[in-house]
Design a protein around this ligand. Structure first.
Ligand code: PEP
Ligand code: MN
Length: 344
């Protein structure tokens, strides 16, 4: 069950509701939102009697039964789409949001040149890894704090918001000082200590689907972040591992409409990690627009052949420009479809 308290309920009213829920045998989990407290009740008890009792309490605005194992992120809990605000823009609303940049921050020249081009070409958020999860311990591990400082510089110069990866719970506060969105990589989707620490991060989180994770597991991981106090989660399909070897991963495009049915959270596609090949990024990006994703996260590099990571899947700056131009008419259709969906 999820119980939403009325706006500005007092602590005594919240405590009274929690006590009543416990009397019915449930465990209580409260979330202090900016305006209201929401209470999750889990366990086994007499749901119908409990709901009736709670609905009769004046401080309770709404009490509903949620059948999905993920509660707060479910459509049952919140039928309308979540709009996540980032630096004056919104993901999940009436605009398709383009996030782009290099796999790794490598140098001042590289990130500034990329950021300026992306801003000019219509991107809204600059990506760039400062802390990199690499399969080999001998590969470049990221510029770390120096990389974060360069991202800040690029933001100051261009106005682009910043998304960058956090790999461990101990780094959340540090990275949140520099980033507008915290990226959780595929390899960390089930790092539960990290997910819990994002609850108090004060920044939206982009949660990538693990390469061997089901949609339900992705939603359960999102639930961790929301249940620990941060409702601003964006989901990202970045390809899953299958028997296919022609592409780096297999993009589960269907995950977008499936997720749209199950959750109110925005969903974006990462066509770069999904394919591993730059030639496949524009067609997959078109498909992401057509299937109703809320945005794209694309790797772009001024000189991919010299990139320290993921060069083969990175678009050059002119290729990114060409893709943006090619996507423009599809984005017009996307906007009309989104406006019609919101109006229904
Ligand atoms: C990345 O975005 O560079 C990255 C490491 O992605 P993923 O976690 O999807 O592999
Ligand atoms: Mn990468």
């Amino acid at each position: 069950m999820i119980i939403s308290m009325r706006l500005h309920s007092t602590q005594e009213e919240v405590d009274a509701v929690c006590d009543r829920i416990r009397e019915f045998g449930y465990k209580v989990h409260t979330i202090q939102g900016e305006e209201r407290v929401v209470i999750g009740a889990v366990g086994v008890g007499d749901v119908t009697a409990c709901l009736e009792s709670l609905q009769a309490m004046p401080a309770v605005e709404n009490a509903v039964r949620i059948s999905a194992p993920y509660k707060f992120v479910s459509r049952e809990f919140q039928p309308e789409r979540s709009r996540i605000r980032i630096n004056g823009l919104e993901i999940g609303g009436s605009d398709f949001v383009m996030m782009a940049g290099p796999c790794s921050v490598e140098s001042e020249k590289q990130i500034m040149e990329t950021a300026e081009a992306i801003a000019r070409m219509g991107g809204r958020i600059l990506r760039g890894g400062a802390f990199k999860p690499r399969t080999s311990p001998y590969d470049f591990q990221g510029m770390e704090v120096e990389g974060l400082k360069l991202l800040r510089k690029a933001k100051e110069a261009t106005g682009l918001a910043i998304i960058t990866e956090v790999m461990r719970d101990g780094d959340v506060d540090l990275i949140a000082e520099y980033a507008d969105v915290l990226q959780i990589g595929a390899r960390n989707m089930q790092n539960f200590a990290l997910l819990k620490s994002l609850g108090r991060a004060g920044r939206p989180v982009l949660l990538k689907r693990g390469m061997s994770s089901t949609i339900k597991e992705l939603l359960m991981s999102a639930e961790y972040i929301v249940a620990h106090g941060n409702p601003n989660v964006i989901l990202c399909e970045r390809g899953i591992r299958t028997f296919e070897t022609e592409t780096r991963n297999t993009c589960d495009l269907t995950a977008v409409p499936v997720l749209n049915g199950l959750t109110h959270l925005p969903v974006v596609i990462d066509p770069s990690h999904a394919t591993g090949k730059r030639s496949l990024v524009p067609p997959l990006s078109r498909a992401a627009v057509a299937i109703g994703a809320d945005g794209l996260l694309v790797e772009v590099h001024p000189c991919p052949e010299k990139a320290v990571s993921d060069g083969a899947q990175s678009l050059t700056l002119p290729q990114f420009d060409a893709m943006m131009r090619e996507l423009a008419p599809y984005l017009e259709i996307w906007k009309r479809a989104r406006a019609a969906a919101v109006a229904v």
